[in-house]
Design a protein. Sequence first.
Length: 189
Amino acid sequence: MEAAPRPDDRTALLLVDVQAGFDDADYWGRRNNPECEANIAALLGHWRQAGGPVVFVRHDSRDPNSPLRPQRPGNALQEMVTGEPDLLVVKSVNSSFHGTPDLHAWLQQQGIQRLVICGVTTNHCCETTARVGGNLGYEVHFALDATHTFDRTGPDGQTIPAETLAQVTAANLHGEFATVTSTRVLLQS
């Protein structure tokens, strides 16, 4: 088993799309992992205390009906996302590596080799960021219990529970693009 990364100058914590608009259950539907926000806050506090680099990523949706659209209250970061980040990336697609400013370029300039990913949603922006990060050569650690997602309807009309989607993301990522880990393990580093 790979050791948990320490929150040092070569390991960045990425908080992906931890935005108020994801609290809109009428828009998104049923979610999993009610401990997600507490786990994100714990990781953020741990990284801040150790002085490790922190990146906030914000999704500026182009969908006119989305709670994440700029100028809507849901675009704001959640209250537990405190302090100034070392970098704020703004994006309108799933990957945090396809936003502004260029995340990859910034990580390279800082000499950062490892990423710890948490945020919303597990199987979309968090998973996509982990996949791209792994493809770019970063050592990626995916804090599964510091992410959450929502039930989705498949192309066959069947509802896939959020818990199943999270399990599938873990299976997709682990050993291929990232090491799937937990908040508890990361807090011990």
